[in-house]
Design a protein around this ligand. Sequence first.
Ligand code: SAM
Length: 361
Amino acid sequence: MTASPPPLGIADTLGREAIEWWLRETDEARLETLWAAADEARSRYVGDAVHLRGLVELSNHCVRGCTYCGIRAGNRGVERYRVSEEVVLECAHKAVAFGYGTLVMQSGEDYGITTEWMTTVLRRIRSETALSAITLSLGERPDGDLAAWREAGGDRYLLRFETSDDDLYKRIHPDLPGKVSDRMRILRRLQKLGYEAGTGIMVGIPGQTHASIAGDIKLFRGMDMDMIGIGPYLPHPATPLGQEFERRLAEDDWPPDQAPNSELMTCKVLALTRLARPDANLPATTALSLVNKAGGRAHGLQRGANVVMPNLTPPEEREHYEIYPEKAAVHETAEAINESIQRLLSSLGRTAGTGAGGRRD
Ligand code: SAM
């Protein structure tokens, strides 16, 4: 580590060593320069509008065994649900009424969401609402599904690579029988199909080092992603990784160079990602708003983020979409969530964006 901070470049001028140095920085006064640089880049490259994307959690059924995720197939304690076509349409109408330009449909990797069902839903949203863009985040679906949904009106697809450390990824994200998980290939496929592609990582996964996060940020730059979601890893007690996390915490037994899953570390990753990929859409994630309930979302928006995804899922279903414990505002209605986000934007002097709010608009 050098005595004085390395310069904060933009895009390709921000080197891996500098990124790693800043990830390890803890001096508050110096970090203020990082926050200011990220905020300035955000304002210059993507403007002051905050794009609101209404989120619908379609289903918590999942075939996968991700060791971090509360809705993994192996968690027998989860009451499973799948919303109806009508519920999705109601959420889409609500998104329009609240002035959100985009609807994001997310779920576990659930093959009960058939190619045809999703195609019909996409066509109905397109013909029955004035939404500007539709985003999907339904896991590692076959190329045929991705092509059919693009054709039916899907504009964007989110698939986080979670970590660029291959060994760590294999440990936390087991393959399905006979099918190697290759999210990088799927992301390239999505781009070829004409989707705006989004990816991202969790911060502070046990075994994730500062050096590997620096590699993730360099990769974001090279991948030309439209959207990048960055949130802290939040341990879920009914998962193998959550249990490992609790044991490590109790015994203060961390692997060398372990990156913390803190608000501060997540903000550093967010700010450095803004500098590395200044034109990308970066959300202030729900997970970030949970590690600091009072200020996490505001900090995200002041340290590089320009997107918020207010939840529109009806509370009856939302409480079962527990990917991590204590999700923010789990019992709040979509109306209450919308009001609190609008208040937050006013307090920060930012406005809600209109239209699709894509990187290429
Ligand atoms: N099934 C789809 C997929 O895997 O991309 C979409 C849903 S998945 C629940 C969405 C994201 O939630 C994952 O990419 C992961 O980064 C995040 N996530 C899951 N469990 C988490 C946890 N315990 N803490 C923080 N983020 C988590």
